[in-house]
Design a protein around this ligand. Structure first.
Ligand code: PLP
Length: 399
């Protein structure tokens, strides 16, 4: 009889977003007139830039004409998009890549999950806590041992390895979801040196790199010396260009990573050519437009809109006197709520009619913290933060 992958039985049910939706629904049923504002949104809300829409339309037209129709493309992506991304790395991060080190995909989530195919189940996986849940769950599915490295107020939610740290596969996410914290180049160098010394591989998630405004902060791990021998970088157009529903991402697998004489780049190419048939031509043309000066300027308008929302959230927290990370080089604000994070969720929902995300949903170390996002509209963000400020002013008065 067929046997199932029993590792799936070890996955924890994800109560986070279902739990949020249920509590909002129940509150709304009891208080039908409540105008609830969601600062829990992890999805973008602004439309695609017009330059991207034009490129998508043009490519769609091409598909309707025999002369320009395209069938299967290269599994690793079209050369025009690899070239555009290669140039983006050069201009934005000063990083030189070969086009064949860049693999186009339908998004970072699939690549992050699929990349676990490259490694034996015997490896130990090191994951910062709190964390984007995909890293944990995809390794549980493979039956790997996971150890967590603790993010906390003392390390600014940017944990670094010490002499006791162990891990063969290391996940890092910067700017981080959920904490919004960003590693400096010096901190990433500590991780790169650790990986080289221990023969580990770093899987670096740069999905939010476009939100970095501080020119001293690294937008790619490849800005760090030595990273091309030990790190793979995952990136996405979801937040850079509003592609959450359009779907396109890319993964950089440097040719310099050789494990026991085997090239990780060659292995990933083999995996992709076997199990993936490429991202749609139309979408890749839309993605190409993101990397033109006009297209990128169009995307930046949206990013700046979210950045301004983040600033509104952060400055309100400053006025109230609440400790937080993020909000400057990230669309996420991670605040210390000083109580059980679900209790804080209920408090904000009841007193301010604002929904956020309880930090405990991102790991044990997220308990006592809370995530707000900058993806709602300007009006709603302003209104939500005015309500939150009022709640805290009243709390202060009553204490
Ligand atoms: N990585 C992080 C840290 C994310 O927060 C997300 C989406 O929320 C992703 C990856 C997924 O990106 P994509 O939409 O390209 O699959």
């Amino acid at each position: 009889m067929v046997k199932l992958n029993s590792n799936y039985g070890n996955l924890k049910e994800s109560y986070l977003f279902a739990g949020i939706a249920r509590r909002i629904r129940e509150y709304k049923e009891a208080n039908p007139s409540a105008d609830i504002i969601r600062l829990s949104i992890g999805d973008v809300t602004r439309p695609l830039a017009p330059q991207v829409v034009n490129a998508l339309q043009k490519a769609s037209q091409e598909m309707g004409s025999a002369e320009t129709f395209r069938g299967y493309g290269d599994e690793q992506g079209y050369g025009f998009l690899q070239e555009a991304i290669r140039n983006y790395y050069k201009t934005q991060a000063g990083v030189e890549l070969e086009a064949s080190e860049i693999f186009i995909s339908d998004g970072a989530k699939s690549d992050l999950g699929n990349f676990t195919d490259m490694f034996d189940t015997d490896n130990t996986v090191l994951i910062p806590d709190p964390v984007y849940p995909v890293y944990v769950d995809s390794n549980i599915m493979n039956g790997r041992k996971i150890v967590f490295i603790e993010g906390n107020e003392a390390n600014g939610f940017l944990p670094l390895p010490d002499e006791n740290t162990k891990g063969d596969i290391i996940y890092l996410c910067s700017p981080n979801n959920p904490t919004g914290a960003v590693y400096t180049k010096e901190q990433l160098k500590v991780w790169v040196d650790f990986a080289i010394k221990n023969g580990s591989v770093i899987l670096f998630d740069a999905a939010y790199e476009a939100f970095i405004t501080d020119p001293n902060l690294p937008r790619s791990i490849f800005e760090v010396e030595g990273a091309k021998s030990c790190a793979v970088e995952f990136c996405s157009l979801s937040k850079t260009a509003g592609f959450t529903g359009t779907r396109c991402g890319y993964t950089v697998v440097p040719k310099g990573i050789q494990i026991n004489g085997v090239s990780l780049n060659k292995m990933w190419l083999r995996r992709q050519t076997t199990k993936f048939n490429g991202t749609a031509y139309i979408i890749q043309r839309g993605a190409e437009a993101v990397f033109t000066p006009e297209g990128y300027a169009g995307c930046l308008e949206n990013i700046n809109y979210y950045r301004e929302n983040a600033k509104i959230i952060a400055s309100t927290l400053d006025r109230i006197g609440i400790w937080y990370t993020g909000g400057v080089n990230s669309p996420y604000i991670w605040l210390k709520c000083g109580m059980d994070s679900w209790d804080f969720f209920d408090l904000l929902l009841k007193e301010a009619n604002v929904a956020g995300t309880p930090g405990s949903g991102f790991g044990k170390c997220g308990e006592g913290y809370f995530r707000l996002t900058a993806f709602n509209t300007r009006e709603k963000t302003l209104e939500a933060m005015a309500r939150i400020e009022k709640v805290f002013a009243n709390l202060k008065k009553s204490n």
